[in-house]
Design a protein around this ligand. Sequence first.
Ligand code: MGP
Ligand code: SAH
Length: 331
Amino acid sequence: MEPSDIPGGRKTRNRVKINRHLPISPYLTASSESYFILTDSSGHLPVKLTTHVIPLGPPYDADPCGQPSFVPDKYWSQRYSLFSRYDEGILMDQESWYSVTHEAVAQVIAQTCAHLNYILDGFAGVGGNAIQFAERSHVVAIEIDKKKADYMRKNAKVYGVQQKIKVIRGDFFEKAEEVGPVDAVFLSPPWGGPDYQEAAVFSMLDMVNPPLGPTLELCAKLTRTVFLYMPRNIDPTELLELLNYLPNFPRRAEIQLYYFGNKVKTIGVIIGQAVQLDICKVAEAVMAQGIQSCVIDQLFEEFGSELLVETALINAMETSGIEECLSIRAS
Ligand code: MGP
Ligand code: SAH
């Protein structure tokens, strides 16, 4: 550990970056749960959009006492939002201050995955997500950086969940296959630092490092569910391209918007088996966006029961007043 990582270490003033409201995709402006269908030549993807208002928790605290020199005021004042037990011995290095997942967001993510027994956190940092997963599930946490892996072990002890996290220090690309099959892989990889905000649109395939394509290809060998933690300026239509790397995954996704006040701070993207879709709402989205026979064929394939899909489509047809749906299916 370096002296500057220790709470109470050296301190000088840091410049505060101005808070900006990044424009976000028009797909991602829901005020409550909604559904839409993404479509391109490769196929269709029903997406459930959910909103999560993050409770503000302890007030931001700008008291500089104990602030390490390398920590900007903006992040220091949010320390109890990052880890509510910050004062009980939480350790973070420089990169972690801007990349750790706020505790209340990590709780929403872990709650979404609470029915999954065994989760692999592939880029686990100092444990912001892994600790919350471990409150509900068994976790294997891979982290390439030795210092962060050591800090994660200590942070897990602060939360009393050290027995439920197996920390592996190493490269995701070398260690993941050793872990074997898991119920889900959680990925919160580096986004290239705070400069992700400079891009009007953050490309998940081009701007994540290590590149997301090969990461997903490896995930597809281990699981049928991935959970991505992403910036708020992603383009949701890129999900169709991500699916090319997940050939055997069920084509279904959920996008979670994490609201801090009226601002979407970050986004969760779940793809695959663990996504629970309401077929009636999918059918309504199909109607609202215009009907294509291939979308309907895919629904029948995806949801298995013909009766279930037909009933949902008939209901949606009645609600929307559109009548061509089943005749397209019949033709
Ligand atoms: P932020 O850059 O502090 O955004 O990141 P904010 O506060 O909206 O910035 P502002 O200038 O608009 O006020 C917000 C959150 O995104 C962080 O708390 C982290 O949870 C997450 N985050 C940020 N970065 C740069 C990364 C990253 O590189 N990787 C991961 N996994 N998460 C990140
Ligand atoms: N969710 C974490 C933060 C993750 S930040 C938290 O809340 O604490 C992304 C992390 O990925 C960084 O800690 C970085 O060291 C790690 N990382 C980068 N490349 C990696 C690789 N190839 N294998 C494993 N970890 C990697």
